[in-house]
Design a protein. Sequence first.
Length: 194
Amino acid sequence: MESKHTTDGVLVSNYIQGNERSLEILIIRHKQRIFSFVLSKVQDKEIAEDIFQDTFIKVINTLKRGKYNEEGKFLPWVMRIAHNLVIDHFRRNKRLPKFNNTDEFDIFDVLSDEMLSVENQIIREQILNDVRNLVEELPEDQKEVLLMRMYRDMSFKEISENTDVSINTALGRMRYALINLRKLIEKHQIILVN
């Protein structure tokens, strides 16, 4: 008998083995948090409900195909799906400013569309997060040089002094880091522009 004390992992396993009630418990358990997150991003209850439903359709399809492998991390996995669907929503529905067709046209009606900045912020956050994850996949020496150069704004002279290698070696590591990042971006099919 499943209860509120049953872990997400057990509920996921039970659902995969055919127990539909397990998914219902998971949805009830996490609905408020996921829905609130989506609503805070799209700021429209109907759209948030659609995205919430789409999130769980994706969850169900992934579980039924046996593609779930996020051991013990069900909520972060679902939140990531919801986050990606929010980004997809903004990309699909490029928010165009709305204004009334009257003689009193106000340019600020066009310029004050807050959703564009929210969209760009969400997409930028996702891109930065994707790039951070890819940087973690780089070999340690390349990652070190890249982080010093891009995140600490160090010169190659400073990098060579801090890593006890020549400037040419530091440059070479940076070059290979960028080459490998490009390969990882292609491999993971990450889109870096919005």
